[in-house]
Write a protein that binds this ligand. Structure first.
Ligand SMILES: [Zn+2]
Ligand SMILES: [Zn+2]
Length: 218
């Protein structure tokens, strides 16, 4: 699988183009906006877009999903239905941040824990990781030992939980119980900022390192 990060929107959100090497078919994770840049990369690589995957319903992650889906006539899969209230507010989110008006959409498929998504010959496992938003999901390639975690976990930080229906305890539980068991060697692409590994964060992350959680009695 070939992976290209395409930071989009003023929030520099890590929109990700995943390409199946065998079939040259592709999926885009979290097309938050700047569709012409995403389309430019798809065309530059000469790949066929098959699906759009969404980690959660925040504007910078899904604001361009409707437009991209219409442009390529591809389905949108994810997030978990508990983020429907965020997607329903997409227009209001855009107005608040001065983003261009998004094309409304409804995901063609909602996702839940234990589901899988596919494109080309690639299969990704889906984990429901609430906390930052209630319907946040994470995509995991076992073969590549690579996770796309949206705003659950960052290099050196964790997702905000001060939004409506955010929950700090849920977020910590998602990280410990869903992400860490995937293994220390897993590389993850966060929604913003540089990539890291779960092992690195278990050692050094000031919020969720093993030593930090042990001290907090969590
Ligand atoms: Zn977010
Ligand atoms: Zn974000």
């Amino acid at each position: 699988m070939n992976v290209t990060l395409i930071p989009v929107t003023p929030f520099q959100q890590n929109c990700t183009l995943l390409v199946c090497d065998a079939t040259r078919r592709a999926a885009v994770v979290d097309p938050g906006g700047d569709i012409e840049r995403i389309a430019g990369e798809i065309e530059r690589q000469g790949v066929t877009l098959e699906k759009i995957f969404l980690t959660h319903g925040h504007l910078d992650h899904c604001g361009g999903a409707g437009e991209l889906a219409a442009k390529y006539d591809v389905p949108i899969e994810g997030p978990h239905p508990d983020d429907a209230f965020w997607i329903d507010q997409l227009e209001a989110q855009s107005a608040r941040f001065g983003f261009p008006e998004p094309q409304p959409f409804t995901p063609d498929r909602w996702l839940g824990d234990g589901d899988t998504v596919t494109f080309g010959d690639i299969t990704l496992d889906v984990f429901h990781c609430p906390g930052h938003t209630p319907g946040h999901v994470v995509f995991f390639s076992k073969d590549e030992q690579l996770a796309s975690v949206g705003d659950v976990l960052f290099a050196g930080s964790i997702g905000r939980t001060d939004f409506p229906r955010g929950n700090h305890g849920d977020l910590i539980a998602s990280i410990r119980n869903k992400l860490w068991p995937l293994g220390n060697d897993v590389t993850f692409i966060p929604g913003h900022g540089p990539v890291s590994t779960f092992g690195q964060e278990r050692e050094t992350n000031p919020y969720v390192a093993d030593a930090v959680l042990a001290r907090s009695g969590a």
